[in-house]
Ligand binder design. Structure first.
Ligand SMILES: [Zn+2]
Length: 262
């Protein structure tokens, strides 16, 4: 069984055929999906989907949406954390590539969500893009306070990798590693086997051989295949390891295959 640890199943691109998408994932051996939230409304949607399908959700505000962070949003994100289907805070972090929110707003919202994760003893899902210096500086400050931290769709450089390693972070790899022009394979190969997670980040980052199509959780099998290839381990072993890691990181719920009949 595989776990897609990062999927935006609430995205409107799944509105027309979400039941089929979930069924295809199950048929492809994807036993669990973590539905990622990126805003207060998305948190509520992710929760509803997680409860509907017997999967899991996160609660949080993406760096793109960081300017929306305020007391009301914080209250909505916090309220969701009491739901047993919510297994992590996030996705939060820093994105200095798009800069959709001012950088100081991104840092504030990120710190506030790290504090929430620490307070609620939940892991935190972190998005880091072209923000290596700030990310590498912030990770050591919070590493001891949060129970677990995931650097999702890892695409940062050696400083963030080292900072993540130093705090025992998990590294999530997405379809990006299947792209022909994808560079730094050394992080996939040097990541310790007990820190490795796989994800789709669907509907984004569609892996080879489905480039050009919408991504979906069933395609996490292609990510798993590529990680296994790069690490030169059997796919079976990779699946066992990454599912055990997802369970250790997010809790027993994510190692529970969902039941399509329920
Ligand atoms: Zn995401």
């Amino acid at each position: 069984m595989l776990v897609d640890t990062h999927c935006h199943l609430g995205d409107s691109r799944f509105d027309a055929d979400r039941d089929d998408v979930v069924a295809r994932a199950r048929a492809a051996g994807v036993g669990h999906v973590v539905v990622i939230a990126d805003s207060a409304p998305a948190t509520e949607h992710a929760r509803a989907l997680a409860n509907q399908y017997g999967i899991s959700a996160t609660s949080g505000v993406h760096p793109h949406e960081a300017s929306s962070w305020c007391d009301d949003v914080k209250a909505r994100v916090t309220a969701a954390l009491d739901d047993s289907c919510v297994v992590a805070v996030g996705e939060t972090g820093l994105d200095y590539h798009y800069d959709h929110s001012p950088r100081d707003a991104q840092r504030r919202a990120f710190e506030a969500q790290l504090a929430l994760a620490a307070e609620h003893h939940l892991p935190v899902v972190v998005h880091a893009r072209e923000a290596d210096a700030d990310m590498a500086a912030m990770l050591p400050e919070w590493g001891a306070d949060v129970p677990a931290l995931v650097l999702h769709s890892f695409s940062s450089g050696p400083d963030v990798f080292a900072a993540g390693m130093a705090i025992g972070a998990y590294f999530g790899f997405s379809g990006m590693i299947t792209f022909k022009n994808w560079g730094p394979t050394e992080f996939v190969t040097t990541c310790p086997p007990d820190r490795l997670l796989i994800e789709t980040d669907a509907p984004y980052l569609t892996p080879v051989p489905h480039r050009g199509k919408r991504n979906e959780p069933a395609f996490v099998q292609h990510v798993a295949q590529r990680v296994a290839e790069l690490r030169q381990v059997p796919l079976e072993q990779l699946a066992t390891e990454t599912t055990a890691n997802a369970r250790r990181c997010f809790g027993a719920r994510v190692a529970q295959p969902y039941d399509l009949e329920s």
